[in-house]
Design a protein around this ligand. Sequence first.
Ligand code: GLU
Length: 491
Amino acid sequence: MSVRVRYAPSPTGSPHVGNLRTAIYDWLFARKEGGQFITRLEDTDRDPTRYKPEYIQDIENSLHYLGITPDEWWVSGGPCAPYVQSERLELYQHAAEELIKKGLAYRCYCTEERLTEMRDRQQRQGLPTGYDRRCRYLSKEDRKKYQEEGLPSVVRLAVPMDGKTTYHDLVYGDISFENKLIDDQVLLKSNGWPTYHLAVVVDDHHMGITHVIRGEDWMPSTPKQILLYNALGWEPPLWVHVPLIVGKDKKKLSKRHGSTQFIEFIREGYLPEALFNFLVLLGWSAGDENVEILSKEDILQRFSLNGITNHPAVFDYDKLKWMNGEYIRSASTERLIDLCIPYMAEAGLISGLSPTQEERSFLQSIMPLLVERMKVLSEVSSLADYFYKPPAEYDEKGKRKWLTGQSARKMVSAILAAITEHAGEWTVHATEELVNNLAETMGCSRGPIIHSIRISVTGRTVGPGLFDILVLIGRDETMRRLNTALNLIQD
Ligand code: GLU
């Protein structure tokens, strides 16, 4: 039987990085096994405070960005279409009816008020909360009467009252639950819409899903779903729960730790291959802990479900940044330019999203210098701004050290004088010579001269090679900036 795996996002939020990690595992496993990767929209929660159609776009964009386009989904269709749960309501209703007919599910007429009162009572008595199964034991007559009166009802699963539900998880091993602890969960709501459990089981069955790969936080749902498979007389899939993603404090990754939505990482300028590489390693290891940078092809070659670990994976933001920087430095200049254009345009450093030929060729010159320090693409505008305009402010420490007092004034004046006297070309070699000669004349090392020029011209104390910067900025602009700095110096 060919492997069929699914990623089943709900448009009740922009997808979390953890969801995309699951999607990556699905994609890898499907590719590895020559199977299919399916993506299904689980949109049965229509609470307007949570459900937003734009999240569907975020789901699509995230998958496209990572280059893991599903083989079957709502965008391109497939043999099990529709891949959107709100378009499959009849299937769920049919399954619920079947279960009622078999006596394995029942209509429950309890009102919200009664259920609330029941829960409050259970809480007061320190009992576990759950449905008290009153409607499971309704007499035939009462049931008929309620139906004729048209009382609203939900459908609940009649969970076995004894025995255990056991399953084997490919990551966590054998797991067992006492049936008596499992609630008679609602399968179909009074408006005819399914709950998550019913919809997920019906769809996974009808879509021929062989392995359910999902976050460990879904483990408590698994016995309920297995009971449903049993009741429906269907073979359950294999279960693969992947470990939770946590912050450095070992708590579930949340806003408190930093960005959590995949789309935020795209906006900040993380390259797809960095995100792919980083997310795969959260909970999976190739067996060689020392290997960090792995291309998609490397990963595909090494991937197997055996490599998934069962302990929480720490999301290390610094490591992701470092990794992204590595990928940035290995990307081609042309690609980086294309990726950086939106940030440069937004900062007003270039004319717009389609820069002129002149702007593009200037970008070609500065990009190799910028990438040395770039960790995320969104940093490009702050790293590049001094190539376009004089510094608006100067690094405080640098200013105190190199642009304060008599000696600073003497130094900047000497630099200016040397440049004024310099008649030759303005090249990397010539500017370096100029600094070397000045150091000799002044009887000092090159360091202070270079520092003084750098802070005056860029406003910073660190950056790419100074002589490269000077050539790109040009002689006149260099002198203008040195003059501005000179006027700034106070005793
Ligand atoms: N719709 C669920 C979610 O939002 C799917 C859980 C599962 O994979 O069973 O993650």
